[in-house]
Design a protein around this ligand. Structure first.
Ligand SMILES: Cc1cc2nc3c(=O)[nH]c(=O)nc-3n(C[C@H](O)[C@H](O)[C@H](O)COP(=O)(O)OP(=O)(O)OC[C@H]3O[C@@H](n4cnc5c(N)ncnc54)[C@H](O)[C@@H]3O)c2cc1C
Length: 357
């Protein structure tokens, strides 16, 4: 049996390891702290259409192709573990002023032209679907095909599925890929991937996020993902069975994962502008993580050498793009590359490829 070493046990490494084991590889996953990176911190939106913007065709196409793979991926995970990971069926992006409303029409026209379903709602339409939102919400863009998942359920289930399929998980901080003894290696160390392959243009992009629990008597949370821009800052609410996740700040701060007072203050204020009932919720957790950012907001999935494949740089969309990433890596391991993943080829950054290391 051919051996595969997967370096990194976030959502990408766990899902790749599971798939490879199912495909017949003998898989060892190496990570000193499985599922504690960005994948544990994240929100769980799967929103490539709502986040579409003219000029970003490749990001939209890649995200839409990933979204289309989510139902099958989730069904296979549920069959393997019993875990259902979806927490919402739709995404609503709301406008608080005229400029936001104009932007929503731009997105609806541009993304809609590609055949994707998006609907503009007026004030009454928003109120009918989400009555707990602020009266100041004047319009919204509804994406009926964009669900959300619970990222923590997801990574927990992926680990269970991987181990049940035979993946051996070892608590090991890999210092050098060259010294690993496997036939093939997948580098999936998230924001830290460039530490193991310095040419990779992957950098940490800090994000802070809050987890809130609905106390008894507090107004019910929106049932859909709600996204907005408040004072120029993006904010989103992702439902959970017991409350809401409120995210997320975004800035360059190296590998800093301290939660700042300003980050928490802004997230709460911006979320309250959209959903006023939030003040009555319990603040359960404030956390921060490092998104593995890439220069063009597309991941890097491809061969670095005869033995090493990279699957990193998923930025703010690693949950969304995991099913497509898994299929792309499986294709590379089987020497049948996936056409939809060509845009993620690391060669677009002229990285030196070759050698046997
Ligand atoms: C605040 C926030 C909100 C987000 N919200 C969303 C969202 O709503 N939707 C979405 O699609 N995405 C979202 N993301 C992005 C998503 O979380 C990431 O793209 C995704 O988790 C990346 O997964 P990963 O497995 O590459 O990295 P990680 O989850 O960071 O995992 C990398 C793993 O590699 C391990 N590792 C590192 N170095 C080594 C080494 N030398 N040896 C062995 N192991 C090593 C680490 O311990 C870690 O476990 C969000 C991210 C953040 C921070």
């Amino acid at each position: 049996m051919r051996t595969l070493g997967v370096v990194g046990g976030g959502v990408i490494g766990l899902a790749v390891a599971w798939r490879a084991a199912v495909d017949g590889w003998s898989v060892t996953l190496l990570d000193p702290a499985v599922a504690t990176g960005a994948s544990w911190v994240a929100g769980g939106m799967l929103a490539p259409l709502s986040e579409g913007w003219p000029g970003e065709e490749r990001v939209l196409e890649f995200g839409a192709a990933a979204l289309a793979r989510w139902p099958g991926f989730a069904a296979r995970l549920e069959a393997a573990t019993g875990a259902g990971v979806f927490v919402a069926d739709e995404t609503m992006t709301v406008a608080l002023d005229a400029a936001d409303a104009a932007d929503l029409r731009t997105v609806a026209d541009w993304v809609g032209a590609g055949g994707h379903e998006l609907r503009i709602l007026d004030r009454a339409g928003v109120r009918a679907l989400e009555p707990s939102l602020a009266r100041t919400v004047r319009a919204a863009l509804l994406a009926p095909t964009e669900p959300a998942i619970d990222n923590r359920l997801l990574v927990t289930a992926l680990r269970r599925a991987a181990e049940a399929a035979g993946v051996v998980v070892r608590a090991e901080d890999v210092a050098s890929l060259a010294e690993l003894p496997y036939d093939q290696i997948v580098l999936a160390a998230g924001a830290a991937s460039a530490r193991l392959w310095p040419e990779l243009p992957v950098r940490p992009v800090k994000g802070e996020i809050l987890r809130l629990r609905q106390r008894s008597g507090a107004p019910p949370a929106p049932r859909r993902v709600v996204r907005a821009r408040v004072h120029g800052r993006p904010v989103y609410l992702v439902p959970r069975p017991d409350g809401i996740v409120v995210g997320a700040t975004q800035y360059e701060a190296g590998f800093d994962t301290a939660v700042t007072v300003a980050g928490v203050r802004d997230l709460i204020a911006d979320a309250e502008a959209v959903f006023p009932g939030i003040g009555e919720y319990e603040l359960l957790e404030a956390s921060a993580g490092s998104r593995p950012g890439s220069p063009d907001n597309l991941p890097l999935i491809g061969r670095l050498s005869e033995r090493i494949i990279v699957a990193a740089g998923h930025g703010r969309n690693g949950m969304l793009t995991v099913p497509l990433t898994v299929d792309a890596v499986a294709g590379l391991l089987a020497d049948t590359p996936l056409p939809e993943a060509e845009v993620a080829d690391p060669q677009r950054f002229s990285i030196t490829v070759g050698g046997t290391r």
